[in-house]
Design a protein around this ligand. Structure first.
Ligand SMILES: CC(C)(COP(=O)(O)OP(=O)(O)OC[C@H]1O[C@@H](n2cnc3c(N)ncnc32)[C@H](O)[C@@H]1OP(=O)(O)O)[C@@H](O)C(=O)NCCC(=O)NCCS
Length: 185
């Protein structure tokens, strides 16, 4: 799987999906700030600083950004994901990933495209599967997307998330194998 990848969203918008660099940290910080404010998909309760954004989205990870493909410089970040080993050492072949798409760019197929590219990239990197540790049970949008990409629920952490209004919701763990034959290499 070679980045950059050029593609078009459902409405014809041209996008380039490419490896993000440290120069993109402010754009990830701004977008993740919006996601945190929405409050229904990630655990953070306040927007992250630049350093925290680097630690959460970049450090020790493959970080991919989707940009509007209109200019030479990749100016507008439409979405992105990170990919990293979920556990160290002997269990490092199971990956974990995090995704976000900017509110105004949703429902155009970008989430699905990023998810499909992540799976292909993870397989090429030698991962044997991908686990999502903390899908909010009330995040029906993400759950539908992950199911569409072949993830199944492997666990439920009851009432793991306390919503801002004091109500609770479960955390769902979802898994997608990347190997046809579950035997060991
Ligand atoms: C989840 C998210 C990445 C989806 O991005 P997106 O670009 O809107 O997704 P797509 O347009 O590719 O939609 C793919 C599928 O997701 C589901 N989906 C997307 N938006 C939906 C909505 N508003 N209602 C119901 N299902 C929806 C559908 O199954 C859809 O397939 P369809 O278009 O054939 O119906 C985006 O909503 C987001 O960034 N949410 C906040 C962060 C988040 O939830 N991250 C994942 C945490 S586990």
């Amino acid at each position: 799987m070679q980045f950059p990848v050029q593609a078009r969203l459902k409405d014809g918008t041209p996008v380039v999906i490419t490896q993000a660099t440290e120069a993109d940290v402010p754009a990830f910080q701004a977008l993740y700030g919006l996601i945190v404010q929405e409050g229904w998909s990630y655990p953070h309760q306040r927007p992250l600083t630049r350093e925290e954004t680097y630690a959460y989205w970049f450090e020790g990870k493959t970080t991919i950004g989707a940009f509007l493909d209109e200019t030479e410089a990749n100016t507008e970040l439409l979405g992105g994901f990170y990919l990293k080993p979920n556990w160290p050492g002997r269990a490092r072949f199971v990956a974990n990933a995090g995704f976000m798409v900017a509110p105004h760019w949703r429902r155009k197929g970008l989430g699905w495209l990023l998810g499909a590219l992540m799976l292909r990239h993870a397989r090429d990197m030698g991962y044997r599967g991908v686990i999502f540790n903390l899908v909010f049970s009330q995040n029906h949008i993400a759950r539908a997307l992950w199911e569409k990409l072949g993830f199944v629920t492997v666990g439920v952490i009851p009432q793991a998330i306390v919503n801002d209004d004091g109500t609770c919701q479960d955390a769902i763990m979802m898994y997608r194998s990347l190997i046809a034959d579950p035997g060991c290499p």
